[in-house]
Ligand binder design. Structure first.
Ligand code: SF4
Length: 173
């Protein structure tokens, strides 16, 4: 996987102070996309072990307390990015207790592949859907257009567990 930008301190992409990674690669080609430079999978720089370590260290840095990690792009759920993003998310879960993970994708929650769902099962919030220029609204919080939805995956999991005890998120619907 490649990435385009990493903001070690970010107060724009998600709630609170965060670390934000913009990965490379997006196949949605939304008209009006502000991040066309991130469409190519081989753009930007390789995402290596050192970059993964830096993110983990930043999230655990007590001098600048971050609420969590934001994953954007490009598309973190591009099939080619899923293995690397999944590995990073697993590290955050294992090594950064208490940090939340937000993710932006052009795919729809209800249409994800099994591999994408495995990753999404470890997230706190997913903002899904392509950017629709005709529905763009600069007043929206954390979304570019009103068709995009902010999914609180923890609330969704809790509601599923109430209906079906011991359910795990292996299928989004
Ligand atoms: S999903 Fe996001 S990065 Fe991809 S084309 Fe659409 S607006 Fe651009």
């Amino acid at each position: 996987m490649h990435y385009h930008q990493y903001y070690p301190v970010d107060v724009i992409n998600g709630p609170g102070t965060r670390a934000t990674l913009f990965v490379a690669g997006c196949e949605h080609q939304c008209p009006g996309c502000y991040n066309q430079a991130t469409w190519r999978l081989d753009g930007g720089k390789p995402f290596d072990q050192a970059m993964s370590d830096r993110i983990i260290n930043d999230l655990n840095d007590s001098r600048i307390k971050r609420r969590g990690l934001s994953l954007s792009g490009g598309d973190p759920l591009h099939p080619a990015n899923v293995p690397s993003v999944l590995a990073l998310v697993k590290r955050v879960r294992a090594e950064c207790p208490g940090k939340d993970i937000w993710c932006w994708t052009g795919y729809l929650l209800g249409e994800l592949s099994a591999a994408q769902r495995e990753l999404v099962a470890l997230l706190d919030v997913l903002i899904d859907g392509k950017f629709e220029r005709g529905l763009a609204d600069p007043g929206l919080l954390w979304r570019g257009s009103s068709n995009q939805q902010i999914h609180d995956l923890n609330a969704w999991r809790e509601s599923m567990e109430e209906r079906i005890p011991c359910v795990t998120l292996t299928a989004a619907s």
